[in-house]
Design a binder for this molecule. Structure first.
Ligand code: FES
Length: 175
């Protein structure tokens, strides 16, 4: 069954949960703030000591609790204060993306960026870019997706009428 297209009101703005590493992207976001750079207001930053601390469950929880997208920011490769936390994050991120794609989430809903402490403007650019991509996708509408999956599962349950039975093809008379 095709999903219902929900048109958000013109005033709708996507909500982004951002997990930023303390030593780089979080400091860059702070720099963007004190430099009065303007970026979309729908982002809520959660500080982690390293991007490698991010448990994929945090991403699922954020999406489940109303975020339309999740942004992860870490130190550039080779600059992680814990040596290889960001490499671990990168491996985890690739798996996470595949898993989310299997569940029907669009790739643009989760993004990983390497942003150093000096790159305040990069935070502004990435947040604004992601906000526009999410605005184009529309709200995540997880409850709507879950009821759609439930309908699909009910349709595939043993004993459920098959789609062919539900909409039989009329027989052609050869008389
Ligand atoms: S300390 Fe920044 S990603 Fe590890």
């Amino acid at each position: 069954m095709p999903s219902e297209i929900i048109t958000p009101p013109a005033s709708w703005s996507p909500r982004i949960v951002a997990f930023f590493c303390n030593w780089c992207t979080y400091t860059a976001a702070d720099l963007a703030g004190v430099s009065r750079m303007k970026y979309a207001p729908g982002v809520r930053v959660i500080r982690l000591m390293c991007s490698g601390r991010l448990d994929p469950q945090f991403v699922f929880d954020a999406l489940r609790q109303g975020a339309d997208g999740v942004l992860i920011g870490g130190c550039h490769p080779g600059d992680c204060h814990y040596s290889e936390g960001n490499y671990r994050m990168l491996r985890r991120f690739r798996l996470l993306r595949r898993l989310l794609a299997d569940l029907g989430y669009e790739d643009a809903r989760v993004r990983l960026e390497w942003i150093s402490a000096a790159e305040g403007d990069r935070v502004r650019v990435v947040v604004n870019e992601m906000t526009e991509q999410l605005r184009a996708l529309g709200p995540l509408d997880l409850p709507g997706r879950i009821s759609e999956w439930n309908r699909e599962l009910a349709g595939n349950a043993p004993g459920a009428p098959s789609s062919a039975a539900a909409s039989p093809v009329p027989e052609v008379s050869h008389a």
